[in-house]
Design a binder for this molecule. Structure first.
Ligand code: ADP
Length: 251
């Protein structure tokens, strides 16, 4: 640990170019995705990404609540992102706050650009994201979980939405920031991508980057998203692939 003023600042990048948890700059944290763990929901997914643990559940298309949000030509997509009181080191005040409202809004908007909402007029597609353990990048983990949960619910979409936060740590562009890097780094840039077209449907930034750094960060994020995309498809394949022996038994 180094020290700046009263704050203890960890060494974010070693002379060998390794980060606080030993990763290289272009390395993701370990990611495990399970499709369909909840039986009551129409679709669900559980994501463990580094120390993040995030559950997503999807209901719908179903009746719209509150009713005045109903749209005659398409489904409304509603998202509720919530961080559990026990998800962070110091107990978080439970309930809605500005941050969770903002994250819910940007996630719903990201899905509006990929879900075929016109196929389900006068209905609602409801996405619930519960962060059980948080360690930076939870909006991206929530997006990944919700995306797999939507697919698990059979909601038609252009594509799955992989997401990752890229950032600037000790002057270098780094993929998938963890908590210390998010707290003490210079920038944090969460993004979500439609893999087939390369279109960004979520892009936010906290901190500062030069235009060259931004371009490098986006390139790194796209590579990260492609690898996350493969894991998302793998989770759905694991859930829906029927072993030949089981298929023969069912026949
Ligand atoms: P994201 O989780 O998408 O990176 P932020 O950048 O807002 O979103 O948050 C970074 C991290 O800071 C969170 O993942 C969590 O670990 C921590 N954090 C966020 N809000 C709180 C809070 N109210 N109390 C304690 N820690 C928090």
């Amino acid at each position: 640990m180094g020290s700046v003023g009263a704050k203890e600042v960890p060494v974010l990048l070693s002379p060998e170019g390794l980060r606080v948890d030993g990763r290289r700059l272009d390395e993701l944290r370990p990611l495990r995705i399970q499709a369909g763990p909840l039986h009551q929901a129409d679709g669900s997914a559980f994501v463990e990404w580094g120390a993040n643990k995030v559950m997503a559940a999807v209901y719908g298309p179903r009746e719209v609540h509150p009713r005045h949000l109903q749209q005659n030509n398409k489904a409304v997509i509603q998202c509720k992102y919530n961080m559990a009181a026990f998800s962070v080191d110091e107990r978080k005040r439970p309930g809605l706050d500005r941050r969770s409202q903002e994250i819910s809004k940007v996630i719903a908007e990201a899905f509006e650009s990929v879900v075929f909402a016109e196929e389900f007029p006068r209905t609602s597609i409801d996405i619930y994201i519960e962060v059980l353990q948080a360690n930076a990048g939870t909006r991206c983990a929530g997006l990944v979980a919700a995306s797999v949960a939507l697919a698990d619910a059979g909601i038609p979409m252009v594509d799955l939405l992989p997401a990752v936060a890229v950032g600037k740590v000790a002057g270098e562009i780094a993929l998938d920031l963890k908590k210390e890097e998010d707290n003490f780094g210079e920038a944090d840039l969460p993004m979500a991508l439609v893999p087939q077209s390369g279109r960004l449907v979520l892009l936010q930034m906290e901190g500062h980057m030069t235009p060259e750094e931004l371009s490098k960060a986006l390139d790194l994020g796209v590579v990260g998203c492609k690898s996350i995309y493969e894991k998302m498809k793998g989770a759905l394949r694991d859930r829906y692939t029927v072993e030949p022996s089981a298929a023969a038994e069912a026949a």
